[in-house]
Design a protein around this ligand. Structure first.
Ligand code: G3P
Ligand code: CA
Length: 252
């Protein structure tokens, strides 16, 4: 059985502003095996790391990412909306929405995996896939990168452009014969929601090494997935998951 990896969801979104360099640095310091990030495209064609199509929830900006240039987007704080977090510090207000390039540069010295979720369900960002691949090629330092999306054509496009790219399909519903999809679409993995996986563990029993499960924050879920040996757990609290993982090793 391979050892389950722990990815920090949007960095460390349970404790720090999501999709920020602050959160990514923390995931690196904790020793997470990887981070999961979300990407969109700006009006001037830059790839930025943010979860929503709009700026309103996570920043003090308003409107769509696609309607702002990178320069405009950089004026907004990606930290000040988190003042309700118990560990909030005023310095968070200085966090900005990172460009994908900045994230790749931050990770460069570290052997940490990167899961880039292409947020292409709502808007058809022209050439987003090409741009993401070219940034990874230039700044990725050969690290393991997994491209995922709910929008299947997006990851298929990635594979079409780069046959060596590792792609994963994000699912929050059951599919029949998952192995068939893995093989026929040349998927590196399926990224299943916690509920999808646990409602039919049997279907995935021979595919555990090819499943990453999101978003798992509860102790029972974390422990069960570690026992089963899924490929990766994606969690808002990598510190907690890494603790249970090391505890398991100590008593093995
Ligand atoms: O990649 C797993 C998970 O992040 C997908 O859902 O909404 O958190 O981006 P969401
Ligand atoms: Ca995501």
């Amino acid at each position: 059985m391979t050892e389950t990896k722990i990815y920090g969801h949007r960095g460390c979104m349970g404790t720090l502003p999501e999709n920020t360099l602050l959160g990514f640095r923390q995931a690196i310091e904790l020793g997470a095996d990887g981070i999961e990030i979300d990407v969109h495209m700006t009006k001037d064609g830059e790839i930025v790391v943010i979860h929503d199509e709009i700026l309103d929830r996570t920043t003090n900006g308003t409107g769509y990412v696609k309607d702002h240039s990178l320069k405009e987007i950089k004026q907004f704080s990606a930290g000040m909306n988190y003042a309700h977090f118990p560990n909030y510090e005023e310095a968070w207000n200085l966090e900005r929405i990172p460009a994908l390039q900045e994230v790749l540069e931050l990770l460069a010295p570290y052997k940490i995996e990167l899961n880039i979720e292409l947020k292409t369900c709502h808007f058809r960002y022209e050439h987003l896939e090409e741009k993401v691949l070219s940034l990874v090629k230039e700044y990725g330092d050969g690290r393991k990168v997994v491209y995922s999306s709910f929008h299947l054509p997006s990851i298929l496009r990635i594979k079409q452009i780069d046959q060596n790219a590792e792609i994963a399909w994000l699912l929050d519903q059951q599919i029949s014969h998952p192995k068939d999809y893995l093989q026929s679409l040349e998927l590196e993995a399926l990224h299943l929601s916690r509920g999808t996986f646990f409602s039919d563990v049997f279907s995935y029993k021979d595919l555990l090494e090819k499943t990453r499960i999101w978003t798992v924050n509860d102790i029972d879920g974390l422990k069960q997935l570690l026992d089963l040996g899924v490929n990766t757990i994606i969690t808002d609290f990598p510190e907690k998951a890494l603790f249970y993982k090391s505890e398991r090793k100590t008593f093995a």
